[in-house]
Design a binder for this molecule. Structure first.
Ligand code: GCW
Length: 646
């Protein structure tokens, strides 16, 4: 099956492609824009103009700069995009596509558009060689890798080019092409296999996507034959400098490195008694002369914890490790922090590290691949979750301040014909790009865009149906899984489906502490791990007390009795029962709404989603029954509405 057109079906180019269009400027991306315009005009009967713009309907013009901004205006029957440079022109083109016929109506006072975050990146957890446990794509739910097959970079890169075009159209400008867990084969992409990365970079470049590579901190040892990877050792630094120079010889616009160090078994600076700033700066130093950046992940915690030890709190780890290093990182080092303190759960507070390192460049990492949110078998549109993160103000002020320099998502795309396994998970990929461009955007409006682009000319009934299925799908998922921010309760290893005690006695630091009296983790300063005190005010105080802590995070911050009354007025135990029944009912309702959209959606697409809804409803019931039964058995408190609990 040919790859799905996703949000760029040919039809969305009709308004532009049926007009008289002039493209002006120089630069490689101007050629891309000109080719897009020529293709659209050929399909839809428009004309590509040259020379004087007098009779043009649309003028796309790039100055010689390198910025990504552009100005959109319309006067006297001509729409103009005046871009700072060729990169901005590409974004301007896709803006016109999004506007459709509206781009050619009435007058439009000049509007300036510019991305809020300079770097908008997708990280692929793709392995080159199929990993015995993790497969080809770690936590991948969309088939194999787009980039790698049969142990090397794919020969045919048409899908990669189509991917670059799709992600550029929603604003993404960088991709990391391999897993942050760097295994032996993948380590060599940095050195003798850089040619394969260069071919990918050549394919991504025409759409303004810069290529990044995940590297192992131990590269000087495993690739360079040195006996140490100590970041302060002169030979190690020289090795990185040379290796990096060779990378730039192959890929002149290479973006930089992504590093997972001292995390879940990956090597790092701790082995040499060095700090993470020492580690990051060694690589940053090698990249600096070439204009590259190192993305250093803050996901550093003890994954060999003793579950008996109540004093170690994984949630504290990133802040404990990194805040003391604020100001010590090189200017071209970016600390990449997961949006929550744990690990991409359906509900977590925003990481306290965000806002706590004013002298450090920060990237916020979200997970488009739905490891903990239904693995692309369940509908779970994450736009509202990400928007909450991006609107969070560490000091409680609503005023806009600098939250981060970059937004990164672990990609949910693979070689699946629908790109993302679940066709509706395309909405997550699209929404990510748009929110990275404009973190203040209304997620509902972004979803409107996605719906309109993906289903051009769709009747209102389809748009309404898609909203009904997607708008609150995140809350639905939250309702039938782990309650009130407590997290996990998943099957160990693959993380799909319920396993209430799956991680309760494990070394991973992910516990809910349910007993006969209550449930939750005490993370306050007064009687817990002190995690709440890592926040600035007002949040430290808000989270410290169960009386002020938001309901949805109560069990993240507090161990409370089952009879504890939430701010909603319900007891914790009744909330657990109610939400689990509601979550399943909502999933069943979404399945019903989707069934009613048959005939309005392409048959293959409709059938794929319909099949997945069967699995979602099955799994949601399993979650409901296991969670409810577990808490009935622990607490002995029956459901006040007498529903079936096993
Ligand atoms: O969520 C966890 C995943 C790991 C992943 C790790 C990380 C790439 O279960 O598979 O490893 O996070 O973010 O490094």
């Amino acid at each position: 099956m040919e790859a799905d057109a996703a949000w760029l079906p040919p039809e969305v180019f009709r308004p532009l492609g049926s007009r008289r269009v002039l493209v002006r400027g120089t630069g490689p991306l101007v050629d891309t824009v000109a080719a897009e315009v020529a293709d659209a005009c050929r399909r839809h009967g428009g004309a590509v103009l040259s020379g004087a713009p007098d009779d043009a309907d649309l003028v796309l013009e790039a100055d010689g700069g390198s910025g990504e901004g552009y100005t959109l205006a319309r006067r006297d029957g001509t729409t103009t995009v005046t871009a700072e440079g060729d990169r901005g022109l590409l974004h301007g083109l896709f803006h016109v596509v999004r506007l459709g016929e509206d781009a050619f109506r009435g007058d439009r006072a000049p509007e300036e558009h510019r991305p809020a975050l300079a770097l908008r990146m997708l990280d692929h957890w793709d392995n080159v060689a199929v990993h015995p446990v993790m497969g080809q794509v770690e936590r991948g739910y969309a088939g194999g890798s787009l980039f790698w097959a049969d142990g090397r970079a794919r020969d045919g890169l048409d899908r990669v080019r189509a991917y670059a075009r799709l992600i550029a159209a929603c604003g993404v400008n960088a991709v990391a092409v391999n897993n942050v867990n760097v295994h032996a084969t993948e380590a060599r992409l940095l050195t003798d296999r850089i040619g394969e990365v260069a071919r990918l970079a050549d394919t991504l470049r025409p759409y303004g996507i810069r290529t990044h590579l995940s590297v192992t901190f131990a590269a000087p040892v495993v690739l360079g034959g040195l006996e140490t990877a100590d970041p302060l050792d002169a030979r190690v630094r020289a090795w990185w400098a040379e290796a990096t120079a060779r990378v730039y010889a192959a890929i002149p616009d290479f973006g930089g490195y992504v590093v997972k160090a001292d995390s879940e078994g990956q090597p790092g600076p701790f082995a040499y008694g060095r700090t993470h700033a020492d580690g990051a700066n060694a690589l940053a130093g090698a990249l600096a002369p070439h204009g590259g950046t190192v993305h250093w992940r803050a996901f550093v915690y003890d994954h060999r914890q003793d579950w008996r030890d109540r004093s170690t709190d994984r949630a504290r780890a990133a802040h404990d490790h990194f805040v003391p290093l604020d100001g010590a990182f090189a200017p071209n080092a970016v600390l990449q922090v997961k949006h929550g303190p744990m690990d991409f759960q359906v509900r977590e507070p925003v990481s306290p590290l965000i806002g706590a390192m004013p002298r450090t460049r920060l990237a916020i990492e979200v997970q488009a691949t739905q490891e903990y949110t239904g693995q692309q078998r369940h509908v779970c549109w994450l736009g509202p979750m990400w928007s909450e993160v991006l609107r969070f103000r560490p000091d409680g002020e609503r005023a806009a301040g600098r939250l981060a320099d970059a937004l990164v998502a672990v990609s949910n795309a693979g070689d699946d014909p629908f790109w993302t396994g679940h066709p509706l998970a395309q909405a997550n990929l699209y929404t990510f790009g748009r929110l990275a461009w404009d973190p203040g955007a209304e997620p509902g409006a972004v979803l409107d865009e996605w719906i309109a682009l993906t289903h051009p000319g769709a009747p209102a009934r389809l748009a309404e149906g898609l909203h009904a299925v997607l708008d609150s799908s995140w809350h639905t998922y939250e309702k039938y899984t782990a309650p009130l921010g407590v997290g996990f309760m998943v099957q160990p290893g693959h993380h799909y489906g319920p396993g209430v005690d799956g991680y309760e006695y494990s070394p991973w630091g992910t516990y809910h502490f349910a007993d006969r009296d209550g449930v939750g983790v005490d993370r306050g300063a007064a009687r817990g791990t002190g995690f709440a005190a890592q926040y600035a005010e007002p949040w430290a105080t808000v989270y410290e007390s169960p009386d002020t802590c938001p309901d949805e995070l109560l069990l993240f911050f507090h161990h409370v009795p089952y009879g504890h009354v939430l701010r909603s007025g319900k007891t914790v135990i009744q909330h657990i029962y109610d939400t689990h029944f509601e979550g399943v009912a909502e999933a069943e309702e979404a399945r019903r709404v989707w069934a009613g959209l048959a005939g309005l959606v392409a048959p293959a697409r409709h059938a794929r989603v319909a099949d997945l809804f069967e699995e979602q409803v099955r799994c949601a019931r399993e979650w409901r029954d296991q969670v409810n039964s577990y808490f009935l058995r622990k607490s002995g408190v029956p459901d006040e509405r007498g529903r079936t609990v096993y």
